[in-house]
Design a protein around this ligand. Structure first.
Ligand code: ADP
Ligand code: MG
Length: 253
C-alpha cells in the first residue's frame, strides 16, 4: 500500500539554522497520526513542508506516492511550476491554530469559496455541499453568520468544513484547539474524531493527549528537529522510553 505521507531523511534549514534534522516517518492511508513536541521542535515546519508552504533542504518527502515539489520523469526530477503546486495543494486540507476565515463572508460563503473560485464549481453545487459540511460540523443553523458572530470553537469548525469542501485526501491540523477557551475545545475534537471515524487520513499536531490516546493510531514525539520516539499512542504516553519524552509528558499530562 502506498503511504499517504513518507518522509525519508527530511532536512529543513532557514539560513544557517537547521530546524528539521533528518525526519523519517510514514503515514498510512486512513491513519490518524499525532505529532507532539515542545515549542520550536519543528512540528509546524514539517506540516508546512508537506503542504508546499516550505521547501525541504534535503531528503525525500512524498504525498500519496508523489514527491512534494517535483515531477519525476525517468530518473530526472523537475521542479513543479507554481500552477502545478497549486493543483497538488488542492488535495491537502490544512487547519491552523488561528482560523483565518474571511471576515466579510458568512460561514457558508467561507465554505463555498474555494470550490467556486478555485475549481470553478457551480454555486448551487458548492452550496449544497457546504450545507452538508456545516451540518457535519454541527453548525447547520449558523450558515448565515459572519465569523465575528461565532465563537472561536464555531469558527474553527467552519474552518474545518472549509478545508473539507475541497475533498482533500489528507488533512493537516496544526494545534487546532490551542487558541480556544477550554470549554470550546471538546466540540472541535468531536468533529475531528468524526472525521477519523469516516476514514480521513490526518496528521494532527496537538497538546491534547486524551485525543491522541483515544483517536490516534500513531504518535510521534519530536524534539529539536528529530523524531525522538514513536509508536502506539497508548504505549508512548503511558510508557515513554526516552528521558526527553518523559520530561515533556510530565509537563503536559
Ligand atoms: P513548532 O511548530 O514545533 O513550535 P516550528 O516549526 O514553528 O516549531 O519552528 C521550529 C524552529 O524553526 C523555530 O526555532 C522557529 O523559530 C524556526 N522557524 C520557523 N519558521 C521559520 C522561518 N520562516 N524563518 C526562520 N526560522 C523559522
Ligand atoms: Mg507550531
Amino acid at each position: 500500500m502506498t503511504a499517504m505521507v513518507k518522509a525519508e531523511g527530511v532536512h529543513k534549514s532557514f539560513g544557517a539554522v537547521e530546524v528539521l534534522k533528518g525526519i523519517d516517518l510514514e503515514v498510512a492511508p486512513r491513519e490518524v497520526f499525532c505529532l507532539i513536541g515542545p515549542s520550536g521542535s519543528g512540528k509546524s515546519t514539517f506540516l508546512r513542508c508537506i503542504n508546499h508552504l516550505d521547501k525541504i533542504s534535503a531528503g525525500r518527502l512524498s504525498v500519496d506516492g508523489e514527491l512534494v515539489g517535483y515531477r519525476q520523469k525517468g530518473d530526472k526530477l523537475y521542479e513543479l511550476k507554481d500552477s502545478e503546486v497549486a493543483l497538488k495543494r488542492r488535495d491537502i486540507g490544512m487547519v491552523f491554530q488561528r482560523f483565518n476565515l474571511f471576515p466579510h463572508m458568512t460561514a457558508i460563503e467561507n465554505v463555498m469559496e474555494a470550490p467556486v473560485q478555485v475549481r470553478g464549481e457551480a454555486k448551487a453545487v458548492a452550496r449544497a455541499r457546504a450545507e452538508r459540511l456545516l451540518d457535519r460540523v454541527g453548525l447547520a443553523d449558523k450558515a448565515g453568520n459572519y465569523p465575528s458572530q461565532l465563537s472561536g470553537g464555531q469558527q474553527q469548525r467552519v474552518a474545518i468544513a472549509r478545508a473539507l469542501a475541497m475533498e482533500p485526501k489528507l488533512m493537516l491540523f496544526d494545534e487546532p484547539t490551542s487558541a480556544l477557551d477550554p470549554e470550546l475545545v471538546g466540540d472541535v475534537l468531536d468533529v475531528m474524531r468524526g472525521l477519523a471515524e469516516d476514514g480521513m487520513t490526518m496528521i494532527v499536531v496537538t497538546h491534547e493527549m486524551g485525543f491522541a490516546r483515544e483517536v490516534g493510531d500513531s504518535l510521534v514525539f519530536m524534539d529539536g528537529g528529530v523524531v525522538v520516539e514513536s509508536g502506539n499512542p497508548r504505549d508512548v504516553l503511558t510508557n515513554p522510553q526516552h528521558d526527553r519524552t518523559k520530561a515533556f509528558l510530565s509537563k503536559v499530562l
